[in-house]
Design a protein around this ligand. Structure first.
Ligand code: UDX
Ligand code: ADP
Length: 475
């Protein structure tokens, strides 16, 4: 039980996922004078947050949680209790892309946001600041307010704030400890501005005031979509150039280095790859496209859609190059995917490029070996059993084998495919791996991670994204 002390304020976070869990754990450690309750409808997730084996892998997260859990940080399924006692409520529930109905495949599914708001309105007995933390389409705050006001008891106020989260998975804790900026949007009314200040005071425990930016609600909501769209656009830009590099003999790492030296361009987010993944980029761009289309901004919609088109193209291009190098067939061959997470230092697989690659190899009746240091077997099987990826778990079990280390995954394989840039893949003993593979032994580096010339000395045939190879030029 929480020691009953004089808390300066009480915070509730609805949704104990990749965003809510780390964000509010960091708020708890930085604000010992606040009581922070992270709630979720999923009892397994909450049990895991209360155990030694947290439900998400994030470097540094264990230490933060251990330092304040059951002191001023509580994980519970008692959603109603936490709503009632809190002054500030973060809504950090999932907002996946709609799978059917209007806007299917593009618009965000706001079912979870709506049900969280209905619950808040139903049980709240005092006024609340409700903070939109999940990435949402523009003007969602307005819908939240409409739901809250239509369902609230007399005399209770709800002030809605937009406070988008910019953390990236794998570096969430460092991002949260030292954010480039904290963005708080509110209505420009006296009450809205007071709510904005109350939230700014929480962040001011560790974030310098000049990094806490305030603005109107709609600008704040759109800024989040815009930031993700611009970041994803940079990756699609460098990936489109990687195709040109392969065809011309240029090296994409050298090109990225050269252009990144221009201080107006900068060096970050210019690493070519097999494709960007993660729960945000594609979803947010499709949201943006949908928004533009609904506002009849056809050219703007088309412009942003190309970022996703190039991302898909990049995956297909890589697969074509692999198949061509493997003598135009992968049927019955053993293809070893190293990495299944969408980036290193996370166990998250949402929109991971590895899923698309595995699908293609399953379609071609290859035997796919998979190893990832953090993704669980259950997660891999679940992702690959999804409709549109395979015919179901039977097919997956027939064609996929999951391994506990890279060496056994690579044994007897025709090819290694680097899907995720895990550090441990750089340190493998490739001489040993080479000996255990079929010959010719191929490595396809989708992350520009390995030293191709060293691998070629061992005897490998190496194909790297954005780097030309005489065997596959033009693929
Ligand atoms: C992103 C945003 O960075 C973050 O601000 C926002 O809050 C959520 O979405 P995230 O998806 O967790 O964060 O990771 P990010 O580091 O942005 O990487 C996204 C994808 O792009 C990964 O698949 C990554 O491997 C890929 N990527 C990133 C590249 O291919 N090249 C790069 O140069 C950078
Ligand atoms: P994100 O990456 O945005 O954090 P996640 O899917 O990791 O998304 O986490 C969202 C969490 O929100 C899930 O654990 C889900 O169970 C929880 N959730 C969804 N709707 C509600 C709700 N109405 N009340 C409490 N928790 C909810």
């Amino acid at each position: 039980m929480a020691p009953e002390k004089n808390w300066k304020g009480k915070i509730c976070c609805i949704g104990a996922g990749y965003v809510g869990g780390p964000t509010c754990s960091v708020i708890a450690i930085k604000c010992p004078d606040y009581k922070v309750s992270i709630v979720d409808v999923n009892p397994h997730r909450i049990a895991a947050w209360n155990s030694d084996d947290l439900p998400i892998y994030e470097p540094g997260l264990d230490d933060v949680v251990k330092a304040c859990r059951n002191r001023n940080l509580f994980f519970t399924t008692d959603v109603d209790g936490a709503i009632v006692e809190s002054d500030i409520i973060f809504v950090s529930v999932n907002t996946p892309t709609k799978k059917h109905g209007l806007g299917s495949g593009m618009a965000a599914d706001l079912t979870y946001i709506e049900s969280a708001c209905r619950r808040i309105a139903q049980v709240a007995t005092s006024s609340k600041i409700v903070v939109e933390k999940s990435t949402v389409p523009c003007r969602t705050a307005e819908s939240m307010r409409a739901i809250l006001e239509a369902n609230s008891r007399n005399g209770i106020r709800f002030d809605i704030l937009s406070n988008p989260e910019f953390l990236a998975e794998g570096t969430a804790i460092t991002d949260l400890f030292g954010p480039d900026r904290v963005l708080i949007g509110s209505l420009q009314t006296p009450e809205g501005l007071a709510a904005q200040k109350a939230l700014a005071d929480v962040y001011a425990h560790w974030v310098p005031r000049d990094r806490i930016i305030t603005m109107n609600l709609w600008s704040s909501e759109l800024s989040k979509l815009a930031a993700n769209a611009l970041l994803a656009q940079r990756i699609s830009s460098i990936n489109s150039l990687s195709a040109l590099c392969e065809a011309t003999g240029a090296d994409v790492d050298e090109v990225a280095f050269a252009v990144g030296k221009d201080s107006r361009i900068g060096p970050k987010f210019l690493k070519a790859s097999v494709a960007f993944g993660g729960s945000c980029f594609q979803k947010d761009i499709l949201n943006l496209v949908y928004l533009c289309e609904s506002l009849h901004l056809k050219e703007v919609a088309e412009y942003w859609r190309q970022v996703v088109v190039i991302n898909e193209y990049q995956k297909q291009r890589f697969v074509r190059r692999i198949v061509h190098a493997l003598f135009d067939t992968v049927t019955s061959k053993k293809i070893c995917l190293l990495g299944f997470a969408f980036k290193k230092n996370t166990g998250d697989t949402r929109e991971s490029a590895a899923i698309g690659l595995a699908k293609y190899f399953m379609d071609e009746d290859a035997n796919v070996h998979i190893y990832d240091p953090k993704v669980t077997d259950e997660q891999i099987l679940m992702d690959l059993s999804e409709p549109g990826i395979s015919s179901g778990i039977e097919e997956v079990k027939k064609k996929i084998t999951i391994f506990k280390d890279a060496y056994s995954a690579a044994e007897d394989a025709d090819a290694l495919v680097i899907c995720t840039e895990w550090d441990e893949f750089k340190a493998l003993d490739y001489q040993t791996i080479y000996q255990a593979m079929k010959k010719p032994a191929f490595i396809f580096d989708g992350r520009l991670l390995l030293d191709a010339s060293e691998l070629r000395k061992i005897g490998f045939k190496v194909e790297t994204i954005g780097k030309p190879s005489p065997a596959t030029r033009g693929y």
